[in-house]
Write a protein that binds this ligand. Sequence first.
Ligand code: GDD
Ligand code: MG
Length: 349
Amino acid sequence: MQALVLAGGQGTRLRPLTYTTPKPVIPLAGRPFLTFMLDWLRGHGVNEAILSCGFLSDGVRAVLGDVYGGMRLRYVVEDEPLGTAGPVRLALDEGVLAERLLVLNGDVLCDMDLTAEIARHEQTGARCTLALIEVADTASYGVVPTHPDGSVERFLEKTDGEVPTNRINAGAYVLEREVVEALVPAGRAVSFEREVFPALVGDGLYGWHADGYWIDIGTPERYLEATYDLLAGTVPSALAPRDETGSLIGPGCLTAGARIGPQSVLGAHCSVGSGAVVDRSVLHDRVQVGADCEIRSAVLAERVRVGDGARVEAGAMVGEGARIAPGAVVAADARIDPDTAVEAGEALA
Ligand code: GDD
Ligand code: MG
């Protein structure tokens, strides 16, 4: 089975992390995000994954290479962003698409039963089958009501107000190549959600009701939520064992005298000074936190340095290489750009 993973969005909602690292390979619980997705795909018989990249594509290839756990990885790289369906057309025109394939949004962590989705696709004789999952708040998703036979009634991408169902597009499609040939024009950006699916309604577009764990990691809140869920084992994964505070400490970390946890992640080669607290927070590789600091529900990207006695408050995200001066405060929900210096007495919002 072949899968094409859409991994070329700019990840604007995850800035400042995505200024320097493409969303697909941002570390989640200490591993490049996409490795969770590739493990899941492999578990459902996928032996070849096409990674559709645009923005910062070299970064994705540098991290993942050409083989992952016995799976072949191919890269299809856009010069200009082609949206969600345009990249599949590009892969077709490059001659690498199988007759039937899976298409995945590259920012979803889940354990949906893709094998069952493929079986349903075959049963109904669909041209395209969408995995649909129930969520409480549908506002940032594509809402998809279906008829009793599973055929899609309408595709409503990000609509406000009353919705006919809480089932949304989970970003996992079984797709016949012929749909791409027939409905996705070459050479321009094309959206599955706004052009292709609406055109396929009544003409071979089916939904499959998925259940289990599902989260789109593309916002700071959901990135942290996914982290906590992985640490707690709410979603199955091959993570290293957590310590007694439910935290994951990477290799080469120095934390003597510091309080790490609960539910925190330290990447490789981090140091946290004595008297410091790291609480429900994520530190990527090589982060240095001084003595007596407080880091709460925050994300510090690679090589961030936090001076003694500084505080990083809940929901803050600090970009790669930024330096927080001793005693400085990074306010709740602040976004600090990569390589910025935050001075003492400055309470950045
Ligand atoms: N190659 C490429 N090129 N990939 C892209 C591009 C592009 O121009 N634009 C977006 N992508 C990728 C993103 O990297 C992401 O993996 C996927 O396509 C979906 O884009 P998002 O920007 O994350 O969309 P969304 O989360 O707002 O909405 C989509 O996902 C929801 C589920 O999480 C839609 O498919 C909704 O219908 C769906 O409910
Ligand atoms: Mg998304």
